[in-house]
Design a protein around this ligand. Structure first.
Ligand code: NAD
Length: 360
């Protein structure tokens, strides 16, 4: 088990349910009631193990929501607030998020706003949420098809990354979360990129790689909690990736695209911008693009929607003063922030993307 210290709380990685039990024993008088937020998948695959190993949670009230990004919305938040209110949850209630990034982002937001904020814990159960979404305090929901428009910064009392939960996760979800692991290597650690670039995802030492990945994200977040500067490094691949993901949510052309798959696609287009604007060598661009194309097998974007993609990037919070803001790579292992690109350059990058991936 490894412990990574973050902003007033720790992230525990490994076989951590015992650790969770100890945490609750140490805080037993602090809480009046426990609530566990699950979706149908984490209810089935993860909750039984938690209830078996963490005795303090045996009597917790289980709140189940439907899985999926479309449910990361105010209607579901409202339903859960009502459930808490009906159950007479007071300010000493503890809210436990057992699930992927959707449960973590939304559950954290619910806990942070119910009665002006109750304590919460995260037990992230997807690779993506274990390496990324559960660290850094960004909580929230989507609005009108746009990602993460409503939210707060707030921190859990602890994060318990029980890597065994990955055993029931579909391979596509593993591959999706892996995009963030690769991103962490690309922006900060060339040696790690070399270690991971052709890894067999069926044979990864999860305890080791997740702890490494959480460590990188945590290091960056601690330097710049409110994303005024260096934290923007974590946005590599996300400006274009979020636009691709958002259009997929709206079912234009690309159905069922996972978050990490969209980020993988976004990184390919942003590698092109990195070469054009930030000095990334063509050889390094080609090396990373080849690895990402092989792993994610992305399909071409429909040209008639290029304007919509750029428009969506303009709606994104990273946009400053007309131009679109990007985090790019100067070299493998060295991310750089605050580069801007105009519409023509972005469209060129999207065309490049289409030229290296297969047709839909
Ligand atoms: P998700 O929460 O939708 O989970 C993916 C699927 O896996 C769901 O169907 C879920 O029910 C299922 N699942 C979860 N754990 C399982 C398990 N152990 N076994 C079997 N099935 C399981 O998606 P995600 O990829 O975890 O998270 C994506 C979300 O995270 C997005 O909303 C994204 O915006 C957000 N995110 C937030 C941050 C942040 O810093 N807050 C960072 C990155 C991503």
């Amino acid at each position: 088990m490894q412990e990574i210290k973050s902003q007033g709380y720790s992230v525990f990685v490994g076989d951590v349910l015992e650790q969770l039990q100890t945490f609750l024993e140490n805080h037993t008088t602090q809480y009046s009631k426990f609530f566990i937020l699950v979706d149908e998948n984490t209810h089935k695959h993860c909750l039984p193990q938690v209830l078996h190993d963490v005795h303090h949670l045996v009597d917790a009230e289980i709140i189940e929501i439907e899985s999926g990004e479309v449910n990361k919305c105010i209607d579901v938040v409202s339903q859960v607030w009502m459930t808490l209110s009906d159950a007479e949850a007071d300010r000493k209630a503890l809210f436990v998020n057992l699930g992927g990034g959707v449960i973590g982002d939304m559950g954290g937001f619910i806990a942070s706003t119910y009665k002006r904020g109750i304590d919460f814990l995260n037990i992230p159960t997807t690779l993506l949420s274990q390496v990324d979404a559960s660290v850094g305090g960004k909580l929230g929901i989507d609005l009108n098809g746009l990602k993460n428009q409503i939210g707060v910064f707030n921190f859990p009392q602890g994060v318990f990354v029980h890597t065994t939960f990955l055993n029931s996760l579909p391979f596509s979800q593993i591959r999706s979360g892996w995009a963030e692991v690769l991103k962490h290597a690309l922006i900060r650690d060339k040696q790690q990129w070399n270690n991971l670039k052709s890894a067999d995802l069926h044979k990864v030492d999860w305890n080791k790689e997740i702890a490494w990945s959480v460590g990188i994200k945590n290091e960056i977040v601690l330097e710049d909690p409110r994303e005024k500067g260096v934290r923007k490094l974590l946005n590599f691949g996300h400006t274009i990736g979020h636009a691709i993901e958002t259009l997929s949510i709206e079912h234009i052309g690309l159905k069922d695209l996972l978050h990490g798959e969209a980020i993988g696609a976004g990184m390919i287009a942003e590698l092109y911008l990195s070469n054009m604007l930030a000095g990334l060598s063509k050889a390094e661009m080609d090396e990373v693009v080849e690895a990402l194309v092989k792993l994610y097998e992305p399909v071409a974007l429909r040209e008639e929607f290029f304007d919509s993609y750029v428009q969506l990037m303009g709606n994104d919070k990273k946009n400053e003063g007309g131009l679109i803001n990007f985090t790019l790579l100067k070299s493998i292992g060295e991310g750089v922030i605050n580069y801007t690109a105009d519409k023509a350059q972005i469209i060129e990058a999207l065309k490049y993307f289409n030229s290296v991936v297969k047709n839909a």
